[in-house]
Design a protein around this ligand. Sequence first.
Ligand SMILES: Cc1ncc(COP(=O)(O)O)c(C=O)c1O
Length: 386
Amino acid sequence: MRNDFLPFARPDISEEAISDVVDSLRSGWITTGPKAIRFERSFGEYVGSPWALAVNSATAGLHLALLAFGIGPGDEVITTPMTFAATVNTIVWVGAKPVLADIDPVTLNIDPFLIEKAVTPKTRAIIPVHFAGRPCNMDAIEAIARKYGLVIIEDAAHALGAAFRGRRIGAPLGERHAAVFSFHPTKNITTGEGGMVCTANEDAAEKISILRQHGMSKGAWNRYAARGNPHYDILFPGLKYNMLDIQAAMGSDQMKHLEAFNARRREIVDLYRHELGSLSTLTLPPAVDPKDTHSWHIFTPLVETDRLGMSRDEFMAKMRENNIGTALHYQAIHLFSYFANNYGWRMGDFPNAELVSDRIVSLPLFPAMNDDDTADVIGSVREICG
Ligand SMILES: Cc1ncc(COP(=O)(O)O)c(C=O)c1O
């Protein structure tokens, strides 16, 4: 057994990033400023988006994207039950009604056929989540959005570096589109906490940029800097969702390492696949379609609990006894008390998500994992599941 605990995820922060954060701390300018702008530019160039707007979380980004497209009371927004609560919470916060469409049990992504079945005259938007970094079938989702005049807001929290049919997630999908990324410490890159909204819609970009800083016509950088002007107007009742320069300093450096980070994630996934593929008590995530790119934010096998004679939670406890951390992405959204109580969702409503929710587990996966760490995970899983 390992002597030290292996967490399921751990950020990898370079000395250059630390120096640049210290540079901001020493410079006297630590809130949103030139480093946030630099990070936005490099991010926009990487995903191929004309606008990339840095915010302090993906949750903030989803909230702003919904507001920017005018989604609110009386509207319905379709999303997946296999996601983090933030996706659905933000729909609730703009006053719209969340509507769920079940997942495909193989890809664990929202099933486009079920999206179309859920469309009503009140539907205004679809929020597909690229689960684990596997791109959703965006051709099918775009076709539905076009047919019914819907906005697409990609929840790309897991999907930095992923691509569908050669289109990098975050690149434009027309005027009624935004994509939102997360930089939480477990994600493919991190800024501590943080997020980015990408869109090609200039009006939406302008609105997001204003709404993220109280609805002010000018940011602090344009008011307090040497050539700034102190006057401003309030154009909308905004929020406080801006990203600090100390976060952006980290983000710019992380972007330089992204391709190497994702390559290492793929290597570890290949090892898992090779070494665990023959276990009949574990169903591994399927290989990605060769036309697409998976960003492997998480590696999420399903524990075949009947065959193993053990619950998923017992499996996680045994991994913990072997000093190996695991995580749970996700408990099906519709069964949480708030949602069940307010939307009448019950057990049986989304059977694929329920089946997955009871069996899914995230194994350790992060670029700084070395081959010994990977071998420890494989050894522990084999010991429990073999
Ligand atoms: C699918 C999904 N959406 C949204 C979020 C929210 O991201 P953040 O923590 O940056 O607000 C997360 C975070 O884990 C997520 O996994």
